[in-house]
Design a protein around this ligand. Structure first.
Ligand code: ZN
Length: 418
């Protein structure tokens, strides 16, 4: 079979013809397949300004457009662009179906790279297909912009609001996920974790979409709660399990650090060394050595262990089927926390009491929102940030996250290369 026959199958052209395909070998560089394209006889060029046909003005010198590689050999189209003498736009370069604008990568190749960049890191994608990191980046960006402009935002029932740190904890991102039964995906990214960061999301939605939101899962951050109350007053704001437990873990860690410093100051045994994860993980997730470490810690009368125990007791809260009972349990737990005398845990108890209606909402929303969704998406976001290492700009992170978590639409094409 000839290369031309394959191309006519995977990338059929209406007004153009694949002509000669040849292997080009230049010493010192890898061989490439070069395919010449010519316009069909009597075919008139299409103006890139208005999309209408017009008479040919002249032809530019031949240009190369990179296509999807064949058997790991780079493929290039070679074509001399015509210029159109357009009645409306003046003299304009023609529009061709395999590429847009001044790009030297064909559209099919860009989608090819973008799809692989979901499975591999951008660096690996570039290496695997013999192209540059920059080409991969631009291909992914193109795919993201295409998808963002065409995604459906009308049927969002439940959202989760989350914050995440990046660039080593110096800056924060506000993220909004869709977490209902329809789909779980990333909807919005903004810099910072202020009211403005979140308000942008609601202002971006159509009024119909905004009014369709029935549940919002968030943590107790005041800025977020304010904006949720202002923008979707009828939605049930849920303080979700993931965020409550995250706050508790932060408190446990605070207790541990203070206690470790105290032990050191008093010249006591450094029993809390390497104890961070055995204190933070749930019992079922502990590794053998971590479980052994915890067993050892329990023998001492440690504040850190007390804090951890309080968290484990709190897990019961989520098992209630009725909100009323759960709130009663909350009160007794808060009493225990207060009695513990551990400042960070008391702080958590106070804020839970202050937001008890949000906690009770958890039971109203049960079934309507997936409790693990925010946690799952949060984990995937962290992974995507780690994988996109080397991306130091906000634009880069934004594109990487929308690409991997946005579930963005893609165009229909004759052939799917991967
Ligand atoms: Zn025109």
């Amino acid at each position: 079979m000839l290369v031309k026959s394959i191309l006519n199958r995977v990338e059929p052209l209406k007004s153009f013809v694949y002509q000669r395909a040849e292997i080009l070998e230049v010493e010192g560089t890898p061989a490439v397949i070069q395919v010449e394209i010519v316009p069909r006889a009597n075919g008139r060029p299409i103006c890139s300004g208005c999309g209408k046909k017009g008479p040919t003005y002249d032809r530019l010198s031949p240009r190369r457009f990179q296509y999807v590689p064949l058997w790991n050999i780079a493929v290039f189209f070679v074509y001399a662009m015509r210029r159109v003498d357009c009645r409306r736009c003046g003299v304009k370069v023609e529009q061709v179906p395999w590429c847009d604008g001044k790009n030297h990568l064909t559209t099919s190749y860009r989608w090819f790279l973008a799809r692989w960049a979901k499975r591999l890191s951008w660096k690996e994608t570039a290496e695997a297909f013999g192209t540059t990191w920059d080409s991969v980046f631009r291909s992914v960006k193109h795919a993201v912009l295409w998808g963002l402009a065409r995604r459906e935002l009308e049927d969002i029932e439940a959202i989760g609001v989350d914050e995440i740190s990046w660039t080593n904890g110096n800056s924060y991102l506000t993220l909004v996920y869709q977490i209902d039964g329809n789909v779980k995906r990333l909807l919005w990214i903004a810099q910072g974790r202020t009211e403005k960061s979140l308000r942008g999301f609601f202002e971006f939605l159509s009024e119909k979409a905004r009014k369709g939101i029935q549940f919002v899962a968030s943590d107790m951050c005041k800025a977020y709660l304010n904006v949720i109350a202002e923008q979707v007053p009828k939605a049930v704001n849920v303080l979700d399990r993931f965020h409550v437990m995250k706050n508790m873990n932060t408190a446990i860690d605070e207790v541990r650090r203070a206690e470790a410093a105290e032990l050191q100051r008093d010249g006591k045994e450094q029993i809390l060394k390497h104890s961070r994860w055995c204190l933070l993980k749930r019992p079922e997730n502990l590794t053998g050595p971590q479980a052994a470490k915890l067993d050892e810690l329990v023998k001492y009368n440690l504040k850190s262990v007390k804090a951890r125990l309080l968290r484990e007791v709190f897990q019961q809260f989520w098992t209630y089927t009725r909100g009323g009972w759960a709130v009663k349990f909350l009160d007794s737990w808060c009493e225990q926390a207060t009695e513990s005398g551990l400042e960070p845990m008391i702080k958590v108890a106070k804020s839970l009491q202050r937001h008890r209606h949000l906690l009770a909402n958890w039971f109203h929303a049960k079934g309507a929102i997936s409790s693990a969704a925010v946690e799952g998406l949060n984990g995937k976001t962290k992974l995507a940030i780690r994988r996109a290492y080397g991306l130091r700009t906000y634009e880069g992170i934004q594109i990487a996250l929308y690409h991997t978590l946005g579930r963005l639409p893609e165009p229909e094409s004759t052939h799917r290369f991967c």
